[in-house]
Design a protein around this ligand. Structure first.
Ligand code: ADP
Ligand code: MG
Length: 301
């Protein structure tokens, strides 16, 4: 097959892993920087141009769209979909996963366990919003944050009020969320491919840090998950429409709760901890599932 990996740099660990796995399986692979793609969106023959040439003959693409380029990156993925090229994660699913509010609403609609979460535009009723999520301590997060940046633990009601007010005065969109204290700074990353959890790891934040993100100094170790956690992770990825996803969950007193569902989960941590060839599993999945024009959300924005 001819496979394109949409990624800004070939030297990124995850991108490189995917290139190696695809090459090993005899595929022709190219890394395409989505920001250097330009497109003819009006013609009857939708096309993408790259470095002066038309991109042609691709059987599948693997989008690895960073959070900072979601807007343009998903437009490029959509264009591939218009051209009938199979994308392992579709543009609509990627856009959903980038918006924490939209994601949580989609998951809530299907009865997935979530931390109690509130959202408001105005700061007029902040006190009421705080009590809806059970009062302090509570977590405040920016809707489009990533790598733990923009996630704050407010220990007291006063602190929560001032943080909410400060962020709203900057026009930042935020969620307020019940603090899952019992997870003690750990979360579980479930790597989902298709309808299977193929790998899991536990991440623990450093001493005194409630955020478990590896980018914030978290440490990853092996973990076995329960059947309930497994089915929650698979269902969450399916609801988002992601075929490859990093589903993060916390162990709470009221069962597993979803933190977020990532559409470009990193390979480095999970491959190191589990010793598994996750990139190989992504390519295997594509081999089994890619076919022209298979996009399921085409035309759905
Ligand atoms: P980001 O997209 O920046 O990673 P997350 O929503 O995943 O944002 O939050 C980052 C981390 O902070 C989580 O992995 C978890 O360890 C911790 N965290 C976030 N929300 C809560 C919460 N409601 N209760 C307990 N810990 C939380
Ligand atoms: Mg996260």
């Amino acid at each position: 097959m001819k496979i394109g990996i949409l990624s800004r740099k070939a030297t990124i660990y995850s991108t490189n892993s995917l290139v190696e796995a695809a090459t090993k399986r005899g595929h022709e692979v190219s890394v395409i920087d989505p920001l250097l793609c330009y497109m003819d969106i009006t013609s009857h023959h939708p096309a993408i141009h790259y470095k002066g040439k038309k991109l042609e003959g691709f059987d599948a693409i693997i989008p690895r769209i960073g959070a900072s380029i979601t807007f343009y990156g998903t437009a490029v993925v959509r264009q591939f979909e218009m051209m009938g090229v199979y994308s392992v994660n579709e543009s609509v699913a990627i856009s959903r996963s980038r918006d924490k509010l939209r994601s949580l609403q989609l998951l809530a609609r299907k009865g997935i366990g979530l931390p109690v979460t509130g959202f408001a535009h105005s700061t007029k009723f902040t006190d009421d919003l705080i009590s809806i999520v059970g009062g302090a301590p509570l977590v405040i997060k920016m809707i489009e944050g990533t790598q733990g940046i923009g996630v704050v633990l407010a220990e007291t009601k006063k602190a929560a009020q001032s943080v909410i007010q400060a962020l709203r005065s900057l026009d930042a969109n935020i969620l307020v969320q019940e603090f899952i204290k019992e997870s003690s700074g750990t979360d579980i990353r479930c790597w989902v491919i298709g309808s299977k959890v193929v790998a899991t790891m536990k991440r623990q934040g450093p001493e005194g840090e409630f955020r478990s993100n590896l980018h914030r100094g978290g440490q990853a170790t092996n973990i076995k998950i329960t059947p309930e956690e497994r089915s929650t992770a698979v269902r969450a990825a399916k609801i988002m429409g992601l075929h490859v996803a990093g589903v993060d969950l916390l162990r709470s007193n009221h069962g597993p709760v979803i933190m977020e569902v990532n559409s470009s989960p990193g390979l480095k941590g999970i491959e190191a901890v589990t010793g598994l060839d996750i990139a190989g599993k992504v390519i295997d999945y594509i081999e089994e599932n890619a076919s022209p024009g298979k996009t399921t959300t085409i035309g759905k924005g």
